[in-house]
Design a protein around this ligand. Sequence first.
Ligand SMILES: C[S@@+](CC[C@H](N)C(=O)[O-])C[C@H]1O[C@@H](n2cnc3c(N)ncnc32)[C@H](O)[C@@H]1O
Length: 395
Amino acid sequence: MVYKSILILGRQPAIGRAELESLYGGRHLEPISQQAIALDIEPDTIAFGRLGGSIRLGVVLAEIPSKEWSVLAQYVAKILPERLRQLPQEGKLKLGLSVFDSTVDNRQLLRTGLELKKICKKTGRSVRLVPNTEPALSSAQVLHNQLTGDLGIEFLLVHSGTKTILAQTTAVQDITAYADRDQNRPKRDARVGMLPPKLAQIIINLATGLLEPTNAHVVLDPFCGTGVILQEAALMGYGSYGTDLEPRMIDYSRANLEWLAGRHHSPPSTLEIGDATTFSWQHPFSAVAAETYLGRPLSTWPNPETLQEVRSTCNTILEKYLQNIASQIPSGLRLCLAIPAWKAPNGHIHHLPLLDHLEKMGYNRVSFECAEAHDLVYYRPEQIVARELLVITRK
Ligand SMILES: C[S@@+](CC[C@H](N)C(=O)[O-])C[C@H]1O[C@@H](n2cnc3c(N)ncnc32)[C@H](O)[C@@H]1O
């Protein structure tokens, strides 16, 4: 495969890989290291803004048959003048270096950075080098120093087997925009949980796959809560349809979607009160993306009886919901549901029992070439209730 683009994956790389496979298909992807994936498509054809599981996008400049830092540093120094010619000839430049899947030390990186700075200065340009405190700069450093802007350059070096892929960053995850969507929407509710917008994007991408983002394609969230999934689906350009048991949640979703529509042009949404275990959805939809009922929040590991009770309540609701919707959707319709799983202190994950009889319930579990189903469990290190990303299609 000819590598054209490279994506650096987020904290749980397998989830990012599954998301990309869902959107672009396995044949365009090649996992090249733990944290990176190469694609044979151009960076400007990648809808980076809708990816929740990737933190950087770069254009591949070279495959260097070495992992030796001195060789890599020389190579970057050699191609830098050519990269500089592509930038506007006025204004202060910003330069950064990020290394992934390697243990290069910061002093070596700094020395190379200073050499590169000298090369820039020789061309009569002033330049700021963004200092590394880790081998890779953070998204915040790349964003705030505008390394993907007109006057910025960030080189990405990714070790892969015996070689190194050199790329230049073209986009970085916009953490400011995510925080804004998350924290400034008018209605939030800590009790129903706070679904991070980037996880909502991943859930939608796993559900919609190759569906073109137009309002003719509607994403249904039958457990819509405050509407994070509806909000992200609308931003991607899909129509959205939300239902929830609680009237208050429907009011919250409406307020949040109106707020969003006031800031971005987004397609209209349909909102209805409904119990997902019995509701009959009257409006058409093309995919289902939801964070379902996750049971009660837990701050310490529960005793076996409590775990059994929470697990069985969640399992019953979900089973009834899957049975109800099965009779209302065509064969092949795809669902991605973030369902609860419980992470024990010893790392063992307790799944919902219904995962063992999906077939009997009329569903096929979608498998991915570049991620195992058991890796699709999203959690923060301290969390007990994790979100398992279940991707299924109606048989
Ligand atoms: C984990 S929250 C989802 C939060 C949502 N992702 C958001 O953006 O706020 C689960 C939601 O499911 C709803 N719910 C629980 N049982 C339900 C049922 N049987 N039918 C429909 N909604 C239900 C709750 O009211 C709650 O809003």
